[in-house]
Design a binder for this molecule. Sequence first.
Ligand code: NAI
Length: 327
Amino acid sequence: QKAPVTVTVTGAAGQIGYALLFRIASGQMLGADTPVRLRLLEIPQGVKAAEGTAMELDDCAFPLLQSIDITDDARVGFEGANVALLVGARPRSAGMERGDLLEANGGIFKPQGEAINAVAADDVRVLVVGNPANTNALIAQQHAPDVPAERFTAMTRLDHNRALSQLAQKTGTGVSEIQGLTIWGNHSATQYPDVFHATVAGKPVTDLVDEAWLTSTFIPTVAKRGAAIIEARGASSAASAANAAVDHVRDWVLGTPEGSWTSAAIVSDGSYGVPEGLISSFPVTSAGGAWEIVQGLEVGDFSRERIDASVAELSEERDAVRELGLI
Ligand code: NAI
């Protein structure tokens, strides 16, 4: 067995938390050889429900689960964290302006970034799930100057998985036959799911689908899938979001399979014209515990326009949080 890994989950009493914790504790995220110590961070009103979830975790008798600590204090919650999943966030309520939303989330992600900086383990890896995920990740990162910037990431893996599934259904294949799909930009309605380098069972996707399907069906279906789930389920995506978080962290820590890539929002080094420092979704591989942007992909006009639009939105969000003094 490997050394135990401390995993902090914020928003642990929420619906994603409920779908996520059992998968982490069972070994699906870090591997069947890695014991886990869970730290659950909630707001005071969420602590009792988190205690209930912890009782159920106990009742699973997971062999890998060494401990569960529950707190409403970020300095306690992130103590020694090797992996931090920032799920809890302030949702947009009816009539809320973007500035208000960013400000409310700044009030969460600024102190959490500071706490991570102060008490997390030296190798801490952070995945932000709570929306607006990319900008929340940027806020936390900016308040953790001692943590390498690339350790703060945001989740676009759910969008990636949604795109895989839509493409598999359209082409009548299994998801495992599909390679080379990318989500670019922001985890928002402007995200761009790019199939121009994708293959299905070795065949270029561009031989199998036409541009009209991409523009009128595929891209909007992937980008608006979250809203479609709410409409159908009466609640937002939870199990699929938890699954994507498990996928993201597993690939980050254990590596992506040889010859394939996935999507994650990571800090830009300027690749593909994305301004340096923005946390934007890219095609990525992982090895040795670090993400790397897949280089050298040709970006045609169709893709360029859409990547630029989503990245422009990220730049605007960054400007807005700067103006609010949040970074
Ligand atoms: P939820 O409302 O069921 O749970 C959120 C939990 O976070 C609540 O228990 C709340 O008490 C807690 N919380 C709020 N502020 C906190 C703080 N400062 N510290 C610790 N905990 C805090 O929400 P759900 O469905 O679990 O979703 C969580 C977030 O994930 C939302 O922001 C949602 O928009 C986002 N999301 C992101 C996706 C992605 O692909 N990136 C996909 C689906 C959801």
